[in-house]
Design a binder for this molecule. Structure first.
Ligand code: URA
Length: 209
């Protein structure tokens, strides 16, 4: 069964509504995305393995909890993924970062891969793939396949909005990858936009339209 987590925290839902509004200005949209990604990062990392290490407080020695294992990798699907990356790095500044260039051909809606750069040892790290919009699922399926081809074994996918079509497509292609999203919208329209959605996340974030 697909592992899908809906992040329904009131702050996430409120900020998402502000982002959906068509008259929200670019700067506000970008700031909200940064804030929301921090909150979502908190949820996607909530079950990380912990270990104890000896420390000394000013008062006594103790065994204190720290996150176990190697640093996380945040993998951003360019370009809109970078909007989620900022807030996540605010929370986990030591995370490593991968960039995956996949764009959606506007006519065929198929993914076109043009860039991949990731830490060499991704097989030993938890990879959190980020892209705000899970629409057809083609880009995130392709990015996940590329990560797996480079050895990634533990991947989670974090998006802001998902269409049911894309969610079904993604979880069928990669049933081992848990998905975290703030909302599952109604459907995709014939241009591949999520309805009601928020429009083109990259254009809204960078003011390119
Ligand atoms: N990508 C976007 O930015 N928005 C959509 O609605 C679908 C894909």
């Amino acid at each position: 069964m697909a592992d899908i987590t809906l992040i329904d925290h009131p702050l996430v839902q409120h900020k998402l509504t502000l982002m959906r509004r068509k008259d929200t200005p670019t700067a506000v949209f970008r700031q909200l995305l940064r804030e929301i990604s921090t909150l979502m990062c908190y949820e996607v990392t909530r079950d990380l393995n912990m270990t104890l290490e000896p420390i000394e407080t000013p008062v006594a020695a103790m065994q204190a909890p720290v996150i176990a294992g190697k640093k996380l990798v945040f993998a951003s699907i360019l370009r809109a993924g970078n909007g989620l990356l900022e807030g996540m790095l605010d929370l986990v500044p030591s995370a490593r970062v991968a960039h995956i260039g996949v764009y959606r051909d506007h006519d065929t809606l198929k993914p076109v891969e043009y860039y991949f750069k990731a830490p060499e040892d991704i097989s030993e790290r938890l990879v959190i793939l980020v892209d705000p919009m899970l629409a057809t699922g083609n880009s995130s399926i392709s990015a996940t396949s590329q990560l797996k081809a480079r050895g990634a074994k533990h991947i989670r996918f974090l998006c802001l909005l998902a269409a049911p079509e894309g969610l079904g497509h993604f979880t069928t292609a990669h049933p081992d990858v848990p998905v975290f999203t703030a909302a599952i919208d109604s459907h995709l329209n014939d241009k591949g936009y999520i309805v009601p959605g928020l429009g083109d996340a990259g254009d809204r974030m960078y003011g390119t339209k």
